[in-house]
Design a protein around this ligand. Structure first.
Ligand SMILES: Nc1ncnc2c1ncn2[C@@H]1O[C@H](COP(=O)(O)OP(=O)(O)OP(=O)(O)O)[C@@H](O)[C@H]1O
Ligand SMILES: [Mg+2]
Length: 316
């Protein structure tokens, strides 16, 4: 649904985007991660046809942003990272203004607004002045505005910034339901952990280049081959490595420091193995059978923060 190929953009002498290539299939929630200045906003603005690429191509729903920007705009909803604030009007007037500015016919406007209001659950805010809304409430109003023309592709630039944890969860649920409706969503963020739950795939951007992109699991295994889990036993820790060494897919078993456990004759280990979760179940069965008083197995979380630092060279 979104295809970028060799996308490049220069502002004067500064190269903001340098040959970025990725695709986002229909119905996918794609997270764009990168530090400040990486080129996220530049990419999104190109996809929203607000900026022409210097080189390369970008297509949305098969339509080239340069050849038919009007066509792209019809199917795209763009939520900028900062929005003009129309302080002296109510939320209802705000939506009505944008619905007419977008060229939605008068008789269709009511229905379009009702649908967007219902999705974003801002019914209670409609009579309030925009200036009296909190950041999170404005963010939702902005999202409602983005949904007015029922776009099939959503481009959301940092939609979760300034949201409190509860509002983030609500946003995540909203994005998930929009995804289930078949909408394709691209969102950017530098708060990495929040993307792990919201997105089905990610692209990591750094200094205008795409470090990697794809489904989260695939990105993770490409960047950090093998999986890890921590196992804790209360008895005979010395037998843990030998028990696991029988499995050819186990790559390493490293003992971790844990003064209290060690003092009581137990031990904790980090195990890394090649393959899926079924293989971990084999390891757990073997440890349980070895009578070591196994009390905990903690698979490594899909830790985007570490993945990101690893991808961008900031951590092992
Ligand atoms: N209008 C502009 N004129 C000149 N340089 C620009 C312009 N807009 C962006 N840049 C530069 O392009 C690069 C990419 O900027 P961009 O806004 O795309 O980054 P970003 O990933 O969205 O960052 P942030 O996380 O801070 O929003 C930066 O080096 C920025 O300084
Ligand atoms: Mg930005």
């Amino acid at each position: 649904m979104i295809e970028c190929e060799g996308l490049t953009h220069t502002f004067g002498a500064r190269t903001a985007l340098d040959g970025v290539t990725f695709t986002v299939p229909k119905g996918e929630v794609f997270g764009f991660i990168g530090p400040n200045g990486a080129g996220k906003t530049t990419t999104i603005r190109i996809l929203a046809t607000l900026l022409a690429p210097t080189a390369g191509t970008a297509r949305v729903g098969g339509i080239d942003v340069r050849e038919d920007p009007e066509g792209v705009r019809r199917i795209v909803g763009y939520m900028p990272d900062t929005a003009g604030i129309y302080e002296r009007i109510t939320a209802a007037e705000y939506l009505d203004f944008f619905a007419s500015a977008m060229g939605i016919a008068r008789d269709a406007r009511r229905g379009a607004i009702d649908r967007a209001v219902e999705l974003t659950e801002i019914g209670a805010l409609l009579d309030r002045e925009v200036s009296a809304l909190s950041k999170g409430q404005r963010q939702r109003l902005l999202l409602a505005r983005t949904l007015l023309h029922d776009p099939s592709v959503l481009l959301l630039d940092e939609p979760a910034s300034d949201l409190d944890p509860r509002a983030r969860i609500e946003l995540r649920q909203l994005l998930a339901s929009l995804g289930r409706m078949g909408k394709t969503i691209l969102l950017s963020s530098h708060i990495l952990t929040e993307l792990a739950d919201m997105c089905s795939s990610i692209g990591i951007l750094e200094r205008g280049r795409l470090v990697t992109a794809g489904p989260i699991d695939a990105v993770q295994s490409a960047l950090r081959p093998g999986r890890r889990a921590r196992v804790t036993v209360l008895r005979d820790p010395a037998r843990v490595p030998e028990t696991l060494a029988r499995f050819t897919f186990v790559k390493s078993t490293a003992r971790l420091d844990d003064a209290e456990l060690d003092a009581h004759g137990g031990g904790r280990f980090e195990v890394s193995w090649e393959g899926d979760a079924w293989r971990l179940s084999e390891l757990v069965a073997a440890l349980a059978a070895a009578d070591l008083a196994l009390i905990a197995v903690e698979p490594e979380r899909r830790d985007l923060e570490r993945l990101f630092l690893h991808a961008t060279g900031g951590a092992p």
